[in-house]
Design a protein around this ligand. Sequence first.
Ligand code: HEC
Length: 202
Amino acid sequence: MLGVVVTGLLLAGCAAPPPPASTPAVSPVVAAPDDPWVADARGIAASVPPRLLATLKQEIDRGGPEGAIAACREQAPALARAASAESGWAVRRVSLRERNPKALPDAWERGVLAEFDRIAAARGTAAPIEHAEVVATPDGKRERRYMRALPTQELCLACHGARASLSAGVTERLRTLYPADRAVDYRVGEIRGAMTLRQPIP
Ligand code: HEC
């Protein structure tokens, strides 16, 4: 389905309600696998966003969303770097409509993000959406890849909501720091991006 698939698993949170009968079919949603590497990746991917959220909230309380932009810019990559160093997984964030040009997804990530969008639209749920797969690399090796969706929440809208709704201060900061910004006009529940993890298999 996506790239060169050796083992493919598509998972969504089991807390999600079953889709109503009228919902268009989404890709197979299977039970969470017990592969230890998937659990390992899930733990790391799930631990970074709450830490970033805590910093964001703190900074918004202190200096408003405008003041929190700097924290996001520095803390997000710092937390990803720390998680990478601790875990042996390469950890970063990607988006189909990126703010930081470094957050560009590769072809495999693009396919998974499109799938996340379809699942979120069909199910309208905030339950975790994730994808784990062992993928062949161009040099004939294999690597483990894991992605976990980052849904847009109310709090995100101050910096990712409708362009016209952003404060003048936020608009100005974003224009200066991210002239090619595409990460606006999101609504609550839409997938803003994802944590993405990869690890070579020796
Ligand atoms: C205070 C403003 C602000 C808020 C609030 C905010 N973000 Fe962001 N977001 C940013 C900035 C600035 C960047 C670019 C960071 C960088 O340069 O790495 C960013 C980048 C991202 C990225 C990385 C991909 C990209 O487009 O560069 C994701 C994913 C993301 N935000 C998700 C969220 C989610 C989900 C929320 C709510 C829980 C949220 N953000 C709330 C300012 C914000």
